[in-house]
Write a protein that binds this ligand. Sequence first.
Ligand code: PHE
Length: 357
Amino acid sequence: MDDLRQKYLGAIAGAADEAALEELRVQAVGKKGEISLKMRELGKMSPEERQIMGPRLNALKDEINSALSAQKAALGDAALNERLRAEWLDVTLPGRPRPRGTIHPVSQVTEEVTAIFADMGFAVAEGPQIESDWFNFDALNIPPEHPARQEHDTFFMSRAEGDDRPPHVLRTHTSPVQIRAMQDQGAPIRVIAPGRVYRCDYDQTHTPMFHQVEGLAIDRDISMANLKWVLEEFCRAFFEVDNVELRFRASHFPFTEPSAEVDIRCSWDGGALKLGEGDDWMEILGSGMVHPKVLKAGGIDPDQWQGFAFGMGIDRLAMLKYGIPDLRAFFDSDLRWLRHYGFSALDMPTLHGGLSR
Ligand code: PHE
């Protein structure tokens, strides 16, 4: 009896995990365990022997059972202590602040442009950045063989093998939104459409993705004079300086007739870009009277309606207004640049509150 006692109490105290404990329990007090077998032998004993052995065996069984549950509890405590030690965390350490961004000049300028045109009665229209070649070209009077298609440095999406339909393109300008707005709303129309456009081109003033804002006004008696007034009014409001000088230059676009490009006087002296002085001109927009074929493609009767359209480079407007020399830095996601050129999230540009402050 003493041997059994020592054997099991020693083994239980040394058991390393619950599985080992369970094995010992089966060996000692399980149905066919050593103690249980000994209890069965009680029946063959004389009554005197049984009176001594019975209580001793029972006591031993109790002792082993409580040793088992004590060791089980001890193992659980040890595991918890180990977790607490391993997962220790100093909650009094200071937090690590997340880098704080600012409003990007492109977002700021888009808001400013939208506020100015909203004041002149223009709503905002939208279109997809992945566009069909019909909306991007054909509907704008640029048929497949037209040389203007080459000038656009178009990114083409790929088609599945054996699919001979013309591929979709990343829109090369916001002008397809003109067609979408005409189809959606019919005449009259007064919208702007800001958004991303894509061309395969990269240097100090060109990036493969950039931003334009399209303008479209269609009514019964809209003329080139209205176009000129709207653009001059826009520039005065946008640049917030008195000495802005614009130059309207006769030009050509397949989707407008007549067409004009607008340049703004600036200087690049010492690498800094300044407005309203110097001998350089920076092109900021293309414009003209909407071509009758374009009205037709949009489902509008050119005998009843006419209008003007323009497309401006938002990034270039931002460079000019805020004196930012290199367009490529716009898309580097460099927080130092953004802290220098960015805007406060709390200063929404409005005409009454000030556009840029
Ligand atoms: N879509 C032309 C471009 O990207 C700009 C433009 C728009 C010109 C509308 C005339 C009318 O260069």
